[in-house]
Design a protein around this ligand. Structure first.
Ligand code: IMP
Length: 456
């Protein structure tokens, strides 16, 4: 059977922790989209591991698969694997031969395009990992796949077709000399790319790492293995269902768990689909955010009040809502129910996991954006255009806050030990979405998740 884990908001919902607690019962953990734009930290035996590509389960002795819907940067992959091996681990990672490869020129183009878009407020604030340009090449049928790395002749032919186009794009469209790019080096040099990527192919082959993901996983399920399908980012960052164009270039939503692994929709649909929700909202970078609290220079229009800024800072500090790399404060807001109704419909959640209930503790009142008003009418779900979303005025509901308690003790005692007002808040979310709460996160540590129902 399968369990699919999906972010219900804008990424950073704490999916890693949910995957971690539920994957205890899984044999194989599969990523179905995205690439090294997704960072997660795993703590095992007091050792901390920071990963962006290797599925976290691979640290715990499970098989980790990067499905065909992923975009794989072999440099990142092997750096992560080598570091884990240096620390005495032997991660078992398999890569779909149909997955697309991120090449150095994708990263360069990602950066240049973002710079260009900034003048028109269209920059998505990407992670700069080359994700968008790689998916663009996939759709444009000029991508290079993991399977191509295994055959030097095919690799050479693909590079000879695509690299001159990229050079032309850089010089003619962006006015940049491709040979002047220093970081990364040789990003537009066919011979250098060929040698480096051929060697990745040799290593993939030698270590038997590549799979036909659909066939491999279908057989594994028939053999009785339990498979977890792990989405990266969140539904509102989905290229089809998110706040376009401030989105990633893949489909984090659950439909991609089938397309991005090669498992049939009926196989995925017979399993559970768990939506991971953060008890408030956070957002990295630009774009509208109707339930935003306060404002942050250069990221928001600046309509917040001082009282809102104080609440925002309180949540931001307690929730550690600062960018891991830049230290930049993340924008925060109240939970947005239209966004969650949209995510529930799009993904077909069978259960939800709500994280960071502890972060809101100590607030006198906790609000939720229950609905929006748009053009004088009440809306219960997100409008289809991001411009309309930006015009939505939230209609709030208020809940009495809850005190800070010994959350470790609460997690030991279970759901009934949660403060009553927190339970009321969770009941509201669950009944509005008509989906049961499977888990509640009350702290950052592994044992600080209350499990009400285990999906496996
Ligand atoms: P890209 O995925 O690097 O192309 O970035 C596109 C958008 O998705 C940007 O707004 C990123 O901030 C956002 N994004 C990508 N990955 C994550 C993530 O793991 N968490 C939160 N936001 C993300």
């Amino acid at each position: 059977m399968t369990v699919t884990i999906v972010g219900a908001q804008l990424g950073d919902e704490g999916k890693g922790g949910v995957v971690d607690v539920f994957s205890d019962a899984a044999d194989i953990i599969v990523r179905y989209q995205g690439g090294d734009n997704a960072g997660h930290t795993v703590v095992e035996d007091d050792e901390e591991y920071k990963l962006s590509l290797v599925p976290s389960g691979a640290i715990r002795g499970k098989i980790g698969v990067l499905g065909n819907g992923c975009v794989v940067n072999p440099r990142t992959l092997f750096t992560e694997i080598d570091k884990l091996q240096d620390r005495g681990l032997s991660p078992d990672v398999r890569v779909a031969r149909r997955a697309h490869v991120i090449l150095p020129y994708h990263r360069v183009i990602d950066g240049i395009e973002e710079d260009t878009k900034e003048d028109d407020d269209l920059a998505a604030g990407t992670t700069g990992r080359g994700i968008g340009p790689t998916y663009e090449d996939k759709a444009g049928r000029r991508g290079i796949r993991i399977g191509d790395l295994l055959d030097p002749e095919v690799l050479r032919a693909r590079l000879e077709y695509v690299v001159p186009q990229k050079r032309e794009l850089l010089s003619s469209v962006y006015g940049v000399d491709p040979d002047e790019i220093e970081d990364p080096e040789n990003a537009f040099d066919i011979d250098a790319l060929y040698e480096e990527y051929k060697s990745y192919g040799e290593r993939l082959k030698e270590e038997g790492m590549t799979v036909n993901s659909g066939a491999f996983l279908t057989q594994a399920i028939e053999d009785g293995n339990k498979v977890m399908l792990e989405g990266a980012q969140g539904t509102s960052l989905d290229i089809d269902h998110g706040v376009y164009p401030y989105v990633t270039s893949s489909n984090p939503s659950a439909g991609a768990a089938s397309v991005g692994t090669g498992l049939g929709v009926t196989t995925v649909g017979q399993g559970e689909v768990i939506g991971v929700i953060k008890a408030y909202l956070s957002r990295v970078g630009t774009g509208p955010l109707p339930t935003e609290l306060g404002d942050i220079d250069e990221q928001t229009a600046g309509s917040g009040t001082t009282a809102e800024d104080e609440i925002a800072s309180y949540i931001r500090d307690r929730g550690g809502e600062y960018g891991t790399v830049t230290g930049r404060p993340r924008r925060v807001g109240w939970i947005d129910m239209p966004m969650l109704r949209h995510a529930t419909r799009t993904n077909g959640f069978t259960g939800i996991a709500v994280n960071h209930i502890d972060v809101l503790a100590g607030l006198e009142t906790v609000k939720v954006g229950h609905s929006y008003t748009l053009d004088g009418e009440e809306q219960l779900t997100m409008p289809t255009t991001t411009e309309e979303w930006g015009q939505c005025e939230p209609n709030y509901r208020e809940f009495d806050g809850w005190d800070d308690v010994d959350w470790k003790q609460v997690s030991e005692q279970g759901y009934e030990a949660l403060p009553e007002n927190a339970q009321e808040y969770l009941d509201y979310i669950s009944s509005e979405l008509s989906v049961p709460v499977y888990a509640v996160g009350v702290g950052a540590e592994r044992d600080e998740t209350i499990i009400r129902k285990h999906p496996f």
